[in-house]
Design a protein around this ligand. Structure first.
Ligand SMILES: [Zn+2]
Length: 104
């Protein structure tokens, strides 16, 4: 635990493992490594080692080349890859506007 955290509205910052940009946590998608397989953690509340990627295809493509495995300290199985690729296919190149995500 950090000492004295008196800043009233601290926004958690996370690094996208695809492009290495640091962003507010809520603009990123969390991927969690679980015992069985990786999980896309839409709510960001799952236990386990997590890594973050933008909701953007280009970041997933880069992340899936290796940096995501590194961040999660794992080697993806075929199932993991399928889960991640399926999610990636649902993304647009520019990212999905927030409004649409929350409407779903
Ligand atoms: Zn990114």
């Amino acid at each position: 635990m950090p000492k004295k955290t008196l800043k009233p509205k601290h926004i958690p910052q996370r690094t996208c493992v695809g492009c290495r940009e640091v962003n507010p946590k809520r603009s990123l998608v969390r991927i969690v490594r679980q015992t069985e397989a990786v999980v896309i953690d839409q709510k960001g509340k799952m236990a386990g080692r997590g890594a973050y990627l933008h909701n953007q295809k280009s970041c997933w493509e880069r992340g899936l080349k290796g940096s995501l495995e590194q961040a999660l300290k794992t080697k993806f199985s075929d199932i993991d890859r399928e889960i991640l690729f399926t999610y990636m296919q649902s993304l647009s190149d520019d990212g999905i506007p927030d409004e649409l995500q929350h409407a779903a």
